[in-house]
Design a protein around this ligand. Structure first.
Ligand SMILES: Cc1cc2nc3c(=O)[nH]c(=O)nc-3n(C[C@H](O)[C@H](O)[C@H](O)COP(=O)(O)O)c2cc1C
Ligand code: SF4
Length: 490
């Protein structure tokens, strides 16, 4: 995990909680309109992948229980984890790329409606991602994966000053490269081949030599639109298009996208496919359905998008008709740490990953609401352009005081609580009842994120070992971790 050079350990500051009357009168607990519907409060649980789906992408009982637990806390809105739009194997991540996923998704909707008593709106985040493979063993890479060409032979002949390589057998060349120094390898392999060797093969939207990547603008609008229609059929209150972090649509928005087919280069080209996808979705689901977007206020990578890009995209998204803008930050592959052999690169291990899920080991600014100034700038730009599209701020927000001040200062319209909701799904109901002092405060040390990185069921360290002998509870790791936060008796 990336760390600051001289990190400062920030304390989880004391805070004062409102009485029930104060909460009732606060902005946080006032309704807010999102396109055709109203949220009962300005509280929001953003998408969090819990690693509970089946290997085929179906909803499990554990998924139902996970969302039931969040719904019991009655946030204004709850966003279901990133759910794949395609009908392709993608491990235990939810999928919505075929009608066979509908029965499970319908059950999920039903579960949340019942558990929140209809008080929380339910959105689903829909995502497309490109292929990422595990880092290979060096021998295997040179034996099997490297597609040997004349280019490699010429480079090898040049760097070793030995023309024998132009006609040597393939096995000889492969064996030589396998044993060669870094200097030789770096001379012979292309940048992409080196990356595949050191990090694992990974596709990006700029790999236009790959026909399926070249054709993304042709296929994605319809794939997203079909998925969104399924979300509506399943009963979700809306969809959130995932244009953030390390995935396909964020790749199109990125300043690093230099495609020359009209979908890369200047900002107006980079936003073209994201808008085409939006329009296709809107056409399918109609105007009376919530379609929002999650995207990055800053990519936090060299040469990546900065706040001026994010302001521009925010205005274009609002102009197109998105019903909300939910901002995140970072979470990119470009600065991720090298994975161990046999593991896949994880886009939350570099500085951009830190900014996505900041911890208490921070710089002077600390982890609490550190993207709020960026979100505020985006909101102001969108409002100045004449749009009222609600903006969701997330990142290190855990107290009522903090959330209320963001709203009072018009820095955002809605406040997202991801890890704090995981630490205590009852945050919302506790604070509303004037019992904020009973909130289990997130410590922002990212035990949950480490589980996500290891593709293990996500839990919180503050409760996963509590009351393990409670009858009937679901556990993992031979009963050493409970899967759900203990019930709170109001
Ligand atoms: C375990 C875990 C899984 C996450 N999965 C997603 C996801 O599926 N989609 C997404 O946009 N963000 C995801 N995030 C990021 C959160 O939505 C949120 O932006 C981030 O945790 C920062 O907010 P916080 O400080 O309130 O936790 C995930 C975060 C965690 C901790
Ligand atoms: S595991 Fe740590 S960072 Fe994650 S929700 Fe719990 S307290 Fe917060």
């Amino acid at each position: 995990m990336w760390k600051f050079k001289n990190p400062i350990r920030h304390a989880i500051a004391e805070t004062s909680w409102p009485t029930a009357d104060e909460a009732e009168r606060s902005l946080l607990f006032q309704p807010v309109r999102i396109g055709p519907l109203e949220l009962e409060s300005r509280t929001w649980v953003p998408a969090m992948v819990p690693w509970r789906a089946t290997d085929d992408g179906f909803v499990t009982q554990d998924n139902l229980d996970w969302y039931r637990r969040f719904a019991a806390g009655r946030p204004g809105a709850l966003v279901v984890e990133a759910t794949g739009v395609r009908d392709i194997p993608s491990g235990p991540l939810l999928r919505i790329g075929h009608d066979r996923f509908l029965p499970g998704l319908k059950q999920l909707v039903q579960t949340v409606k019942e558990a929140s008593g209809g008080h929380s709106k339910l959105f689903i985040q829909i995502i497309d991602f490109l292929s990422v493979k595990r880092r290979p063993e060096r021998e295997k890479y040179f034996e099997r994966f490297l597609e040997l060409s004349e280019r490699h032979r010429h480079a090898l002949a040049e760097v070793t000053n030995d023309n024998r390589w132009l006609s040597a057998s393939e096995t000889e060349v492969r064996n030589y490269l396998n044993a060669a120094t870094d200097e030789i390898i770096e001379y012979v392999l292309s940048r992409r081949e080196l990356e595949s060797l050191r990090f694992g093969y990974r596709e990006s939207v700029t790999d236009v030599d790959l026909p399926h990547v070249r054709d993304l603008p042709k296929v994605l609008p319809e794939i997203f639109a079909a998925a969104a229609l399924r979300a509506r059929a399943a009963g979700f209150d809306g969809v959130e298009l995932h244009y953030a972090h390390a995935y396909t649509m964020a790749g199109f928005l990125s300043a690093l996208n230099d495609r020359s087919d009209g979908y890369g280069g200047p900002r107006q080209n980079r936003v073209r496919l994201p808008l085409e996808v939006y329009r296709a979705v809107r056409k399918q689901v109609g105007d009376d359905y919530v379609v929002g977007v999650r995207y990055l206020a800053d990519e936090v990578i060299a040469g990546g998008n900065r706040i001026d890009d994010a302001e521009y995209f925010g205005i274009e998204f609002a102009r197109a008709g998105f019903d909300f803008l939910s901002l995140s930050k970072g979470g990119k592959f470009e600065d991720a740490q090298q994975p161990k052999v046999g593991q896949a690169v994880y886009p939350y291990t570099g500085q951009s990953g830190y900014e996505c899920m900041p911890t208490v080991l921070s710089d002077e600014a600390g982890p609490f609401g550190r993207s709020v100034p960026l979100v505020a700038a985006i909101k102001q730009a969108v409002n100045r352009a004449g749009f009222k599209t609600p903006v969701v701020a997330t990142g290190g927000i855990s107290t009522f005081e903090q959330a209320e001040s963001i709203l009072q200062n018009r820095q955002a319209d809605i406040v997202g609580f991801a890890r704090q909701a995981l630490a205590d799904p009852d945050w919302f109901v506790k604070v509303k009842l004037g019992r904020g002092a009973e909130v289990r405060r997130c410590t922002y040390t990212n035990y949950c994120e480490a589980l996500d990185q290891a593709h293990r069921p996500v839990t919180c360290k503050l409760w996963d070992r509590a009351d393990l002998d409670e009858p009937g509870i679901a556990t993992v790791d031979e009963g050493r971790r409970r899967l759900l936060a203990p019930e709170w008796k109001a």
